[in-house]
Design a protein around this ligand. Structure first.
Ligand code: ATP
Ligand code: MG
Length: 137
């Protein structure tokens, strides 16, 4: 059993798609073991996406992530990291496989509805950045 970190991004919360996205997780066998709606600060977004700080889209990405509240979640299941990446679909919705979250809901490569951790180390760090151990049940 593995855990991964997910964000339902501003484009999705704004369009009231939280439940539809959670349904995709649950249909795939992932269990939501922690969830909260937060308004990210600019500093939080900049640290969270720090790996992209030299990319041309960094400023736009951080501004987007603070444009509306987001829902941060911890998902648990067999191969949760890879499974979540699979049901999210490709970063650019134009390349995302049919039936994936991004194929169905994303608006653009930037406003792409969900984030998911990409490796065990990033999953652990991202979960710890937003949740205390007591919040994971
Ligand atoms: P995430 O890390 O959010 O789960 P990802 O791993 O599929 O997405 P990354 O390459 O890590 O993609 O990019 C992080 C985020 O930066 C993307 O999800 C998207 O919101 C934004 N992004 C990536 N490439 C672009 C781009 N070319 N233009 C605008 N925004 C982009
Ligand atoms: Mg990524």
């Amino acid at each position: 059993i593995q855990r991964t970190f997910s964000i339902i991004k501003p484009d999705a919360t704004k369009r009231n798609l939280t439940g539809a996205i959670v349904a995709k997780f649950e249909e795939a066998g992932l269990r939501v073991i922690a969830s909260k709606r937060i308004q990210m600060t600019l500093a939080q977004a900049q640290v969270f996406y720090g790996v992209h700080k030299d990319r041309p889209f960094f400023g736009e990405l951080c501004d987007f992530m603070i444009s509306e509240p987001v829902v941060v979640q911890v998902l648990e299941g067999e191969n949760a990291i890879a499974k979540n990446r699979e049901i999210m679909g490709a970063t650019n919705p134009a390349d995302a496989a049919p039936g994936t979250i991004r194929a169905e809901f994303a608006l653009s490569v930037g406003e792409n509805s969900v984030h998911g951790s990409d490796a065990p180390e990033t999953a652990a760090a991202e979960i710890a950045y937003f949740f205390s151990g007591l919040e994971l049940v």
